[in-house]
Design a protein around this ligand. Structure first.
Ligand SMILES: Nc1nc2c(ncn2[C@@H]2O[C@H](COP(=O)(O)OP(=O)(O)O)[C@@H](O)[C@H]2O)c(=O)[nH]1
Ligand SMILES: [Mg+2]
Length: 219
């Protein structure tokens, strides 16, 4: 009983800080995007590939979340976009306080879109608001067609799902169409994108436009 109460209070406190983050970010005109998904689903690869186009159209900053290492922040900075790394030292998700602590390291006044790559995990990050406007779940074909059915909360509590690694679907015996069908079964309203390498070139059709449109519509 007391365990449940502590958990409820922690989430309520997190929600409060997330709301403050959102207010602060909106006051600077920033759209915040939380990117989440399993470890290895292709979150950083997706960002590496969309950031050059996104950064050509608006001012972008990135917060990277991982248990350990600065690897992903370094990968992102190779695209020319500034990235700060959070190490959770074992924590399975980012929380709103961790994001708030990064604000002094980011030039908020000169940022239009803040992208946060959450810790690789398809369960815990879903329950912790950060102050984001948009959530994007990256789900790779390699995880299997049934994962939307097994992890429905991640499909329900997101604005968009990017089905990644479409190029290797046939090698892992997965039908991208069936996977997309299962996402739609759980959440008929979610926006679905695909990403992968076709003819040697990585594509995530429509995703940059989707983020820019959301930035334009920011109240
Ligand atoms: N073939 C293929 N490999 C991918 C794709 N996206 C990511 N990968 C590979 O999957 C591995 C994990 O990717 P990463 O972006 O680090 O995943 P993260 O842990 O979700 O950030 C890396 O070896 C990537 O090269 C894709 O669309 N197609
Ligand atoms: Mg990563």
């Amino acid at each position: 009983m007391s365990q449940i109460k502590v958990n409820t209070d922690l989430k309520a406190l997190n929600n409060e800080i997330a709301a403050q983050n959102k207010e602060k970010l909106h006051s600077c005109g920033i759209l915040t995007v939380d990117v989440l998904g399993s470890p290895g689903s292709g979150k950083t690869t997706l960002l590496e590939n969309i950031l050059p186009e996104l950064a050509a159209k608006c001012r972008v900053a990135v917060i990277e979340g991982d248990l350990a290492t600065e690897n992903d922040a370094r990968r992102i900075e190779k695209t020319g976009v500034k990235a700060v790394q959070i190490n959770t030292n074992g924590g399975c998700h980012l929380d709103a306080k961790m994001i708030e602590r990064q604000f002094e390291k980011i030039d908020l006044e000169n940022t239009d879109v803040l992208v946060i790559e959450n810790v690789g995990n398809l369960v815990c990050p879903v329950s912790f608001a950060l102050g984001e406007d948009l959530r994007i779940v990256v789900l790779s074909t390699a995880e299997g067609e049934d994962k939307p059915l097994k992890y429905p909360t991640a499909m329900l509590k997101t604005d968009a799902v990017v089905v990644s690694k479409t190029d290797i679907a046939e090698y892992v015996c997965v039908s991208t169409d069936k996977l997309i069908g299962n996402i739609g079964t759980v959440n008929p309203d979610v926006k679905i994108f695909t990403a992968g390498k076709t003819d040697g070139e990585y594509r995530a059709e429509g995703l940059v436009e989707y983020i820019l449109e959301a930035r334009k519509n920011l109240k």
